[in-house]
Design a protein around this ligand. Structure first.
Ligand code: XMP
Ligand code: MG
Length: 188
């Protein structure tokens, strides 16, 4: 209790509050990991992480999954340095692995408008995977502009700009161990 109190007192100036603590995140990751272990039992799974925001989630998630798991990375850009979606997705880094005939699980940090995922799923489906599902750590409530099926959801979050645990604002705050709300005044 006291430790929690101390943490709040030492929040960076632009973080208005802690939305999800380290412990809450850990529990969500363990829960998703167990579901994935069960659902893909006896099968080989390819996790595709969307850089950069999902890098910490992926690192923890992969250790919460039992069984044969391979990983690869993609980097896309949908926001530039801004805090709202442009709806334009660019592939900055493509996969090294072929997804043809593979069970693919896309690992995302946050599902906001869903435009990024919609584009990614369409793109990866055209490469002939056996199956394709999505695991997202955060799901912004009521923001989806498109009907993206997300099989694994960690935590549901309000419509605020969040940072930490891999998520950034203009490349900063990724190293926060918790997920916090960024002050609107910081989003210039
Ligand atoms: P869309 O709107 O396409 O957005 O679903 C998905 C990508 O946008 C980034 N994003 C955020 N990043 N705090 C962040 O640090 C946020 O609140 C936020 N909302 C969206 C993120 O990279 C995600 O993959
Ligand atoms: Mg980002």
């Amino acid at each position: 209790m006291q430790l929690e109190h101390m943490r709040h007192e030492s929040l960076p100036a632009d973080i208005t509050k802690v939305l999800f603590s380290e412990q809450q995140i850990k529990e969500a990751v363990q829960r998703i990991g167990s579901q994935i272990t069960r659902d893909y039992s006896g099968q080989k799974l390819l996790l595709i992480t969307v850089l950069k925001g999902a890098f910490i989630f992926m690192a923890d998630l992969v250790r919460a999954i039992e069984g044969h798991v391979e990983i690869d990375f993609m980097a896309v850009s949908s926001y530039g340095a801004e805090a709202k979606s442009s709806g334009i997705v660019r592939i900055i880094k493509d996969l090294n692995t072929s997804v043809e005939g593979r069970h693919v699980l896309i690992v995302e940090d946050i599902l906001d408008s869903g435009l990024t995922l919609k584009y990614l799923i369409k793109n990866l489906k055209s490469r002939g995977p056996l199956s394709i599902e999505v695991a997202t750590l955060l799901f912004k409530e009521g923001k989806q502009q498109t009907n993206v099926q997300c099989r694994y959801i960690g935590l549901t979050c309000p419509d605020e700009f969040v940072v930490g645990y891999g998520l950034d604002y203009a490349e900063a705050y990724r190293n926060l161990p918790y997920i916090g709300v960024l002050a609107p005044s910081a989003c210039v």
